[in-house]
Design a protein around this ligand. Sequence first.
Ligand code: ADP
Ligand code: AMP
Length: 216
Amino acid sequence: MRLILLGPPGAGKGTQCKRIIDKYALTHLSSGDILRAQRAGGTALGKKAQAYMDSGALVPDDLIIEMMIGAIKKAGGNFVLDGFPRTVAQADGLTKALKKAGEKIDAIVNLVVADEVISARLTGRRSCPKCGAVYHIVNVPAKVAGKCDKGCGPLVQRDDDKPQVVENRLRTYHQQTEAVVGYYEGKDSPVLNIEADRSAEAVTADIIAQLQRLAG
Ligand code: ADP
Ligand code: AMP
């Protein structure tokens, strides 16, 4: 199965991907995680992406399309895309690359959440730099504050989750990414709109129910 998880930053895309990948045997392809790994590794791509990411802007389409098409090829036929596509040009690049391979996306899961909820989710997000587990200081607290439940060590706050950058990221979402939902509507991959201002468990149950309905 080939899925896309859409939605504003902080909607819960990563959280939901982690909750469904085992059930559907999917590879989780997060453009943000791949970019952060490139930065940590000091690669040419990581260096080019740095300033865009730190300011809450989008990394240029050509770099992202090449990076994600490469990751998709490596993943084989079962994957969930998280954070990509984020512009209509990226969506078009993805459609063309899949078409060339005789493939298409099975469903677009669109997580719908209001901006006020998003700001609180992003500023309260904490993650484990070692295992990638994601927490929230109020909604999904670690058992011991500031420490990963899996014993990895201290949790960190992403620099781009600080309030000034969060505002820019939300603006970027409305200006450049929201239109991606419209790009997919009425095309041959169905868009499943999911109300995401509910518990993570309720959101997962809705995603699974809607995917099951699609499968008939
Ligand atoms: P995204 O990948 O869309 O940027 P995340 O999955 O990282 O979003 O979630 C953003 C923050 O919100 C995290 O701190 C996460 O723990 C928290 N979160 C995710 N889903 C929910 C939910 N349904 N209710 C409350 N908090 C949530
Ligand atoms: P995320 O982890 O998805 O919130 O992404 C963190 C940052 O990485 C974003 O604010 C962008 O700067 C960059 N980024 C991630 N995915 C993309 C994408 N598909 N297109 C452009 N920039 C991206």
